[in-house]
Design a protein around this ligand. Structure first.
Ligand SMILES: Nc1ncnc2c1ncn2[C@@H]1O[C@H](COP(=O)(O)OP(=O)(O)OP(=O)(O)O)[C@@H](O)[C@H]1O
Length: 244
């Protein structure tokens, strides 16, 4: 049984089928990349999985349960964390305060993630999350002062504070330098030691370096799926996506 499974998952906006009949299966611990041209439906698909967008039809199973009807925050408590869910970075708060708030907002729903932790332990958990994304030394700076790419890393730290089982990263390397991208790849590998990762990414070097399997979307549907090698050599993918 798969860790995450969608069955005939669909979402239309008006007459447009943004996601159409998607059957996706992801195994625990996998790093799965989702690629495809602009408008292919990638963000809509992960928004359906996180609960941010309700489906028009279809079903989602996570960790053995049908979660199709669950609210986004109920999915967070089950361990599904989409970094865009917490995009609301507060620019006038410090990095540390942002991470703490992300955890508190999820926790305030009746099942505190950090119940039983004293202030010192919470501070340590916040520091650890910032440390993992390389922002620990800037914990006391205001989030608004970060460059765009670093704000994306702060979002990842906020996601890590929620203790994800499935972490959904939507174009996380946008705005990062080459060195920062290399560090980010190392971070994703370390996160994958105890979580499953869905990665929407346009940077093919990052996709090829990280993904064990790649799912290719086009026009709301799955066009292909396979290992990086299989996808690179897939004729239809080359036509639709790589433009060759
Ligand atoms: N809330 C919405 N209302 C109307 N149309 C939408 C909405 N969200 C997405 N769409 C449309 O659905 C289609 C798929 O969009 P989506 O953002 O999922 O694609 P994507 O593969 O993530 O694209 P990109 O790589 O550009 O982010 C697009 O045609 C988009 O315009």
């Amino acid at each position: 049984m798969s860790f995450l499974r969608t069955e005939a998952l669909s979402r239309s906006f008006g007459g447009l089928a943004a996601v159409a009949g998607v059957d996706l299966s992801v195994e625990p611990g996998e790093i799965r990349a989702i690629i495809g041209p602009n408008g292919a439906g990638k963000t809509t698909l992960v928004s359906l999985i996180s609960g941010r967008v309700p489906p028009s039809s279809g079903r989602i199973e996570f960790d053995g349960d049908d979660i199709t009807a669950l609210k986004p925050w109920e999915r967070v408590l089950r361990g599904i964390v989409y970094t865009f869910q917490i995009t609301s970075i507060f620019r006038n708060l410090t990095l540390a305060e942002n991470v703490m708030l992300a955890a508190q907002r999820a926790a305030s729903r009746d099942q505190p993630l950090w119940r039983g932790l004293d202030d010192r332990a919470v501070t340590q958990a916040v520091d650890a999350a910032l440390e993992r994304v390389g922002l620990a030394s800037r914990a006391q700076e205001l989030a608004g002062e970060l460059a765009y790419g670093h704000q994306r890393l702060l979002e990842v730290a906020m996601g890590l504070a929620l203790r994800p089982k499935l972490l959904i990263l939507d174009e996380p390397t946008q705005g990062l330098s080459e060195q920062e991208i290399a560090d980010f790849c190392a971070l994703v590998r370390s996160i994958a030691m105890d979580a499953t990762i869905l990665l929407i990414e346009h940077n093919m070097d990052v996709v090829m370096a990280l993904a064990q399997r790649i799912t290719v979307m086009n026009n709301g549907a799955l066009l292909a799926e396979g290992t990086p090698d299989q996808i690179m050599n897939h004729a239809e993918v080359q036509r639709a996506y790589l433009g060759t």
